[in-house]
Structures are given as C-alpha cells and as structure tokens.
Design a protein around this ligand. Structure first.
Ligand code: PBG
Length: 321
C-alpha cells in the first residue's frame, strides 16, 4: 500500500516539527508553592518528591533560580488552625507576608493565591462547619475577607478553590468596593471530588476530619454540570476559569474551550504528579518524555494555562530546545 501524505510528512523530523499544532511555552506554566512559617526551611513532601515546604527566605532563593517562571500559585500552611480558619485572612499571616516580600523582590512575577479554608480550619473542610454540615453562605464572607487580604498584600490574582456557590461574586464585590479593580479572579470553577488530591492533602495537612468533599465538589460522572459551573463563574466575574484535575478530565477542558471565550486553566494536580514521579523512580516510564506528553496533551485539549508541580523542570527543558 502507498503511504499516505500524512505519513510522508511524519517521516521527516524537520517537517514533523514544522507542522506540529501544539507548543508548550514557559508562559503557559504556573508553579505552585507551599509556604510555611519559620526560617531556613526547605523540607521535601514525602508523597511529592521534588516539592517542598519553604519558609519565605528559602522560597525567595528558589524563585530566583526559577527564572523562566512567569507565574506562581501560593498555598500557606498556618501555625495554628481554628474553627473559622481565622489565620487565613490576618494581614500578618504566612501567605500575606510571603506576597509582600515576593512582590518587593520580583516585581514582574505574577502572584496568584489560593483562597480557601481547608488548610486553616480544624475540620479540614473548605468552608465553615455547623452541625457537621458545610454552610455555604456563611463561608462566603470569610472567603471574601481572605481574598481582600491577599489583594491588599499585593496579589495579582486570587484563586478561590472552596467550591462554595457565589464565591466569585462575593470576592469580586469586596475587591471592587475596596478599589482593587485590577486584581483578577482565577476561579476553580470545575473542581471534581477526586482521589487525585491525596498527596496535596498531606502537603497542606488539609484532609477532612469527617466525611468527604462530595457535598461541594463535583461528581466525576458528570460533564454538563461543569459547563454550568463555568457559566455561573463568568457571570459572577471570573477572569480565568479552571478545570481540575487535568489528565482524567481532558474532555471537560475541551468542552470548556469550545464553549467559552475566556482563558482556561487546568490543574495538573498532586496525584497526577506523584504517579509520574514514583513511576519514573521505579524505571517504569521515562520521566521527561512522559511529563512533556502529559502537559502537551493538556494544552492540546484546550488549556491556555497549566498549573503543575513539574513547572521548574519543564521550563528548563523548554529553554534547552
Ligand atoms: C483546596 C485545594 C485542593 C487542591 C488545591 N486547592 C485540594 C482539595 O480540594 O482537597 C488540590 C491540589 C492538588 O491536589 O495538587 N481547596
């Protein structure tokens, strides 16, 4: 049989590269960081090799080395937790301190902050708990307070991840009321209740102390619902919408991309990361090629931005090409 035209072009490496349709670029990549109180701390997270708890001084050093990184996403680990997660919105809390110093040292870096309660509440849930239930409306004002405190510290974008209804509106309102019109919202619009978050919960110490997150995060059997969540968030004022996790949800990313005309972000989450890392350690897969394949696939599915713990190594590889 005659080879097809496609096959002919594919045989030539130069042409293959020339007609390729998806190109990962450093500007697509967002690097997540976990910040802790203290000094001189860089402690590896057991279930996420290559990912660390950083004190602010060490974090600055790491950012300095990660030159090609354009944007980071900050998670804070507070010294104490309480029922209402009050350490989350204190202006001298860990994330707020980190933002101020990072913004002073790295003016060009885009700083995004996670806005949620799960790392700050004793319950480990993303909202205020009453009688073993997560109460939506009471949580909104707390999320808004957290977002405002991040904006005041200098965050470029706040990223609400609590999956409370109305969280984007509540945050947009408080930001505007206080003059933070230019602070953007990256909404975790589509966040599935997922087993892929396991390692992250170890990193943040945020595993729910009772029940699970299925009463507020999405059911992975559903897809149409994802589009409704995004539609709501855009109406409420989201500038960028996110689908999370990424790899098992490429179909959702594609549907979102086809339907909406806002930038789409995807979160290549901790479980996706850990499986690749441990698989590579065991020699089962080739680390570099599998990471590039995964991230390029997420981009091909329609993601404009990708949050990934592989960020540092990936931008290095992209520069070397
Ligand atoms: C918290 C939050 C979670 C992640 C980001 N923000 C976890 C959760 O819902 O338990 C997961 C990130 C990851 O797994 O890498 N609201």
């Amino acid at each position: 049989m005659q080879v097809t035209r496609l096959r002919r072009l594919r045989q030539n490496a130069k042409l293959r590269d020339w007609i390729s349709q998806t190109r990962l670029s450093p500007k697509d990549i967002i690097l997540p960081y976990f910040v802790v109180e203290g000094k001189n701390i860089k402690k590896e997270i057991k279930s996420m090799p290559g990912v660390y708890h950083f004190s602010i001084d060490k974090l600055l050093k790491d950012i300095l080395e990660a030159k090609e990184i354009k944007a980071i996403l900050l998670f804070g680990i507070p010294k104490v937790k309480d029922e209402r997660g009050s350490q989350a919105y204190h202006d001298e809390s860990i994330v707020q301190k980190a933002i101020k110093i990072i913004k002073r040292e790295f003016k060009e870096l885009i700083v995004i902050t996670d806005v949620c309660l799960c790392g700050y509440t004793t319950s480990g849930h993303c909202g205020i708990v009453k009688d073993k239930k997560i109460v939506n409306d009471e949580t909104l004002s707390v999320l808004a307070k957290i977002a405002l405190s991040h904006a005041q510290a200098g965050a470029d974008f706040v990223a609400p991840s609590a999956m409370m209804d109305g969280q984007v509106r509540a945050i947009r309102e408080i930001l505007d009321k206080n003059g933070f019109f230019d602070t953007g919202i990256l909404a975790y619009s589509v966040k599935y209740a997922s087993s892929f978050y396991g390692p992250f919960r170890e990193a943040l110490g945020s595993a729910p102390q009772f029940g699970d997150r299925k009463t507020y995060q999405m059911d992975f059997r559903n897809s149409d619902e994802a589009l409704r969540e995004i539609e709501e968030d855009i109406k409420e004022g989201a500038d960028i919408v996110m689908v999370k996790p990424a790899l098992a949800y490429l179909d959702i990313i594609r549907r979102a991309k086809d339907r909406f005309n806002v930038p789409i972000a995807a979160y290549n989450v901790s479980g996706e990361y850990a499986l690749v890392k441990f698989g590579a350690k065991e020699g089962i897969v080739d680390e570099k090629s599998i990471i590039l394949e995964i991230l390029t696939s997420i981009k091909r599915a329609g993601a404009d931005l990708i949050i990934t713990y592989h960020a540092r190594e990936v931008v290095g590889w992209l520069r070397a090409r």
